[in-house]
Design a protein around this ligand. Structure first.
Ligand code: DAH
Length: 358
């Protein structure tokens, strides 16, 4: 046999397959056509292939090449039809992989971190008591973190080993007078060396420097101390600071506010206890405890703003008085959610955190 009739039979078969495949509408049609054209035993392709042996040897390479081309075209046509019909075709690669009968996959949605939930809750309660939210930087200078808060140079809280001082702050600590006359500048030499704030009391100073009186603010945020992590310590934690300055603010109001706060946050009628204490920025100073679940729980410090603090921010302490308090947010959060190890809050383990979905 010469090349021509062989090629003609190939082309004719391809055309016929093309026509039939384009009008196939079901997986059964497709399967029937597959058997008819490419069936291993007596498919049209197989039959034509047998004729290859009869093509004269010099034409055989060209015939073989054409045969392969047609076989590929045929396969492509069948794949195409299979895709159009949707499944059931012979080729595994082209069969649809979507099984619409399987149950769907629920998308994973994150939850708000328990500390963030607590912060929002605290803002909401204090907002109802008339406190607005103030913010301050986490990188502070010595003026705001210590000096203006009446914490003297030799106070243990200023020990460099108990604070995260920043290596870039090389300047010597300026005198108190120099600091007081140069407030508001961002020059690294003014305000003293920089550190990560160790308490949110810094924000009291910033607000009193900048806002008009009277004022009633809270500030919530991160603070840093180089404590070795254990179940109750972590080098970064959160505090809520409160400050109320007006003409006749008293210790009785401090107690009322903290009691209302505790009642709202913990629920029920919570008892509040003040124990005499000392903080450089308040006079008198107290430790605040709440009676809850049959025990006294320590919640933080408070007191009446020390006249030295007012002096640092140019507020007349003869006319104005104020109270301040500082509470640990983690402690409040952990009590409420039944978390016993502070480190669990900061492991970023979503399996743990996901439990506290709202
Ligand atoms: N800054 C204190 C601390 O970190 C907490 C504190 C105590 C804040 C008494 C206050 C206060 O405002 O009046 O331990």
């Amino acid at each position: 046999m010469s090349l021509d009739p062989f090629v003609r039979s190939l082309d004719a078969m391809l055309e016929e397959a093309r026509a039939l495949l384009s009008s196939a509408t079901s997986a059964e049609d497709l399967e029937a056509l597959r058997v008819r054209f490419t069936g291993a035993k007596s498919g049209a392709l197989k039959t034509i292939q047998k004729g290859l042996a009869e093509v004269s040897p010099e034409d055989r390479p060209a015939a073989g090449k054409r045969f392969n081309e047609v076989r590929e075209s045929l396969q492509a046509l069948m794949d195409e039809a299979s895709q159009r019909i949707g499944g059931g075709g012979r080729s595994k690669a082209t069969r649809s992989r979507i099984d619409p009968t399987l149950p769907g996959q629920r998308p994973r949605i994150g939850v708000v971190h328990p500390i963030t939930q607590t912060i929002e809750h605290l803002k909401e309660i204090m907002g109802r008591l008339g406190f607005t939210v103030a913010e301050g930087p986490e990188i502070e200078d010595e003026w705001h973190n210590f000096v203006a808060l009446n914490i003297p140079e030799d106070h243990p809280a200023r020990d460099p080993l108990d604070n995260f001082y920043l290596a870039t702050a090389k300047s010597a600590s300026p005198s108190r007078d120099a600091m007081e006359t140069n407030l508001g500048s961002n020059d690294g030499t003014i305000g003293g060396p920089r550190l990560l704030r160790s308490q949110t009391s810094t924000v009291q100073i910033r607000v009193m420097e900048n806002e008009p009186l009277p004022m009633r603010i809270i500030s919530l945020g991160r603070v840093y101390r180089p404590d070795a992590p254990d179940a109750t310590h972590f080098p970064m934690f959160h505090q809520m600071e409160g400050l109320w300055v007006d003409e006749h603010v008293t210790m009785a109001q401090l107690k009322s506010v903290l009691k209302l706060f505790a009642t709202s946050y913990l629920g029920g009628d919570v008892k509040v206890r003040f124990r005499p204490s000392f903080f450089p920025f308040t006079e008198p100073s107290v430790e605040v405890d709440y009676w809850w679940n049959d025990q006294w729980i320590e919640f933080g410090g408070a007191g009446m703003v020390d006249p030295n603090v007012f002096r640092a921010v140019n507020i007349d302490s003869e006319r104005w008085s104020g109270f301040a308090f500082g509470l640990g947010v983690e402690r409040l959060c952990m009590r409420r959610f039944g978390i016993t190890d502070i480190r669990d809050l900061y492991r970023s383990d979503v399996r743990f955190l996901r439990q506290f979905a709202t």
